[in-house]
Design a protein around this ligand. Structure first.
Ligand code: G3P
Ligand code: CA
Length: 440
């Protein structure tokens, strides 16, 4: 579960420490002799050897300092994030592990539990208002199916190539949507205690909440909207991108360093967004064999798995600030769900200058790989140690607690072998070079 280079680093340090101990003892003896015995006893060659030994002892001290300095954090080793800043915690659909997703209560709780960003997925109403829902089909997360006045709105559509039956946001005005009440998507797992209490919020209401809570808490609460089914909404004349950028701009979100990320599983709408705004964009990656739906429409055969290649990441960095991969693209699982060796996606993305925000972290056993033994903290720990720049979490309190423990304040980092050599060997080489130069 750890990076192999950590073990390489540990091994080097242990060898150096043993080596140091042995040479220190012999050098100390030699040094003691040189102090106690008069010059006459030693030939000039012997005296030069003693001097070399003393210099060598100095070098070893430098090695010792380096080894101790880099050995100490190994127990809580954390690979570097892209910027060196601690990873962010994104309240996935709010604190959706505790409240019905995409409700103001879910977002409020996520912020109170420490989330840095809140994530609204956005779809459009019939009158072009962006609302927070994971799908445009809303029977899974609202009471629409039990509302007789909307019974005749039930229909079947093809969304992203899949036939879907139900009620669709684009067939409802905002006023109608506002009469609905949210319900829990996973009632068997998360209960129904909060069903019927909360409205479907508009994106504007989510932004208002983020601003209000930022003022209250003194923290900057970011928003992380995702355009859902963008090609589909384009096809029915309810394009998401323009109203999204306009709404964000109206709320003062225009710059690359504003606390906003716009995400999408599709590529072409992010390319479009890159023309419309300077706000940071995040390219989402689904499963390795799945495809962005705009690729399907365009006859592009590339999969998300293909997009993890370094050359593709480099192209993505031309329009996006980061990637939002499925966790399984970073830590794959085998046939029995067992964890396999991490891929190089985090370091490859960082090499391309891209942030990495994997999804989705959930506390419940059913979502955890068996290797974590039912402890969700172990999963966060593994990903933070791999250097991810943030996580989408249904349970932001757990994510924040582990982030603060593992990578919070200092974001302690273990140098990779290259940097370890730079810290350890190069200063010693420089000392030897200087010593040689002095002799000439
Ligand atoms: O946006 C990151 C993650 O939320 C993507 O998955 O299906 O929950 O929107 P989904
Ligand atoms: Ca999402």
């Amino acid at each position: 579960m750890s990076n192999s280079y950590i073990y390489v680093g540990k091994l080097s340090q242990v060898i150096w420490l043993i080596e140091f101990a042995l040479f220190s003892i012999s050098n100390e003896l030699t040094a003691a002799l040189s102090l106690n015995l008069p010059k006459l006893i030693f030939t000039s060659t012997q005296r030069r050897l003693i001097l070399e030994c003393n210099m060598f002892r100095f070098c070893k001290l430098a090695l010792l300092a380096t080894a101790v300095a880099t050995l100490s954090p190994v127990g809580e080793a954390v690979a570097a994030t892209l910027t060196g800043a601690p990873p962010i915690v994104i309240g996935h659909r709010g604190a959706s592990g505790y409240r019905p997703e995409h409700t103001l209560e879910a977002y409020r709780l996520a912020i109170e539990l420490g989330a840095d960003y809140i994530e609204p997925d956005v779809v459009s109403t019939k009158d072009g208002v962006l609302v927070a829902r994971h799908e445009n089909e809303i029977s899974g997360t609202t009471d629409v199916a039990s509302r007789p006045e909307f019974a005749d709105r039930k229909t079947t559509k093809v969304i992203d190539g899949v036939e879907v039956e139900g009620w669709f946001t684009e067939d409802f005005t905002l006023a109608e949507i506002k009469t609905l009440r949210a319900k829990e998507r996973l009632p068997q797992l998360r209960g129904t205690e909060y069903d019927g209490l909360y409205e479907v919020p508009t994106l504007q209401e989510v932004i208002d909440l983020a601003k209000q809570k930022s003022a209250e808490t003194g923290r900057t609460i970011g928003i992380y909207p995702e355009t859902k089914h963008p090609s589909y909404f384009d096809s029915i004349g309810l394009s998401l991108e323009e109203p999204l950028v306009e709404l964000l701009s109206t709320n003062g979100y225009t710059d690359a360093d504003d606390a906003v990320f716009i995400q999408s599983f599709e590529v072409s709408n992010l390319l479009n967004l890159a023309q419309l705004t300077n706000l940071p964009l995040v390219q989402l990656f689904g499963g390795a064999n799945a495809q962005p739906y705009d690729f399907v429409l365009n006859g592009d055969s590339r999969t998300y798995g293909n997009l993890t290649a370094p050359t593709e990441l480099s192209n993505i960095a031309d329009y996006a600030s980061g990637i939002g991969p499925s966790k399984r693209l970073i830590v794959p699982t085998g046939e029995d769900g067992q964890l396999l060796e991490p891929t190089t996606l985090v370091s490859d993305a960082h090499a391309a200058g891209l942030l990495v925000h994997p999804y989705t972290f959930r506390n419940e056993d059913v979502f955890l790989a068996p290797d974590y033994n039912g402890n969700p903290e172990l999963e966060y720990e593994q990903f933070f140690k791999l250097g991810v720049d943030g996580v989408f979490s249904d349970n932001p309190d757990t994510a924040v607690a582990v982030r603060n423990r593992v990578a919070g304040d200092s974001n302690a980092q273990v140098p990779e072998p290259g940097s370890f050599l730079a810290f350890g060997v190069l200063p010693v080489a420089e000392l030897l070079r200087r010593h040689k130069a002095q002799k000439v």
